[in-house]
Design a protein around this ligand. Structure first.
Ligand code: GLU
Length: 283
């Protein structure tokens, strides 16, 4: 099977050096193996995504000399796929429940003495389960409410694994169901204001695009455990993961979307060439 990888930016700000590194690394890997490089616009959160940022992504990637097979996939076109998966998890598997807790409610529940020390996982605070017991699972698929995964019921085996070829831990990465239950918990799989969540969409989209190798920043290494659990649950293949170093600013802090000083547009305006950008990120 030939290598298929992707670059999956969210159009919520300008592309910066870190994005360029990720995209060029994935593109180089695909070209070296005679494989495919695909693009996916992760605009699921329509309150933050903007058409101008999306245009700038295409423009910057072309300027960097990157080209992609197939038209870019856009998450805003994928609501039906997200709804189908959510309905399967709701109706056939009874693994979802509606959650009305705000961040504040969760923090308040966590500070109750009997709940012990709050645990921060790759998806934020581990949810204390307040809404889990409240619902009748047979009810109609709910609208305009957040849906959480009942993680303890979703974990179908004692141990999970994936193959990592990047920086944090090369080889087979194994993790236990217990670790996921205690350190990640009942994650949100659909948001109140839009269908799906990052974790749900990323596994469905990688499978739909036939991705064999996921190349992305090492800040998502821990979240991969969520993705593997979801792939097993939804009967989707688990790709090989290649998490890469993050490009940091001069103070060693990671670059943020708002870090306009490192925006590719800024380097372009200052007369940098694509080769300069490659050198700057160490490619
Ligand atoms: N859209 C995510 C980001 O811009 C990337 C997600 C992924 O590569 O899995 O950080």
């Amino acid at each position: 099977m030939s290598l298929r990888t992707r670059f999956a930016p969210s159009p919520t700000g300008p592309l910066h050096l870190g994005h360029a590194y990720s995209a060029m690394l994935a593109h180089d890997m695909a070209r070296a193996e005679n494989g495919d490089f695909l693009l996916r616009i992760e605009d699921i959160d329509q309150t933050r995504a903007r058409a101008e940022w999306e245009e700038m992504i295409y423009d910057d990637l072309h300027w960097l000399g990157l080209s992609w097979e197939e038209p870019a996939m856009r998450q805003s076109d994928r609501a039906v796929a997200y709804r189908d998966a959510l309905q399967t998890l709701w109706h056939e598997k009874s693994l979802l429940y509606p959650c009305t807790c705000t961040r504040r409610d969760i923090e308040a529940a966590m500070s109750a003495p009997q709940d012990g020390t709050p645990v921060h996982g790759p998806d934020g605070l581990v949810y204390p389960g307040t809404c889990r017991e409240k619902t009748n699972r047979l009810k109609k698929f709910p609208k305009n409410t957040a849906l959480r995964l009942d993680m303890s019921s979703a974990l179908s085996k004692p141990e999970y694994s994936f193959t990592e070829t990047g920086t944090p831990a090369q080889g087979i990465v194994r993790f236990t169901a217990r670790e996921v239950f205690q350190g990640i918990g009942d994650i949100v799989l659909s948001r109140k204001d839009y269908l799906g969540s990052y974790h749900l969409s990323v596994v469905l989209d990688d499978a739909a695009q036939g991705i064999t190798h996921v190349v992305r920043g090492e800040d998502l290494f821990e979240a991969t455990k969520i993705h593997v659990v979801l792939q097993v649950l939804l009967g989707l293949p688990t790709p090989i993961y290649h998490h890469h170093k993050l490009i940091r600013d001069d103070d060693g802090k990671r670059l943020a979307k708002r870090d306009d000083a490192r925006a590719i547009q800024k380097y372009r305006a200052d007369g940098a060439t694509p080769a300069d950008i490659r050198r700057m990120v160490g490619l």
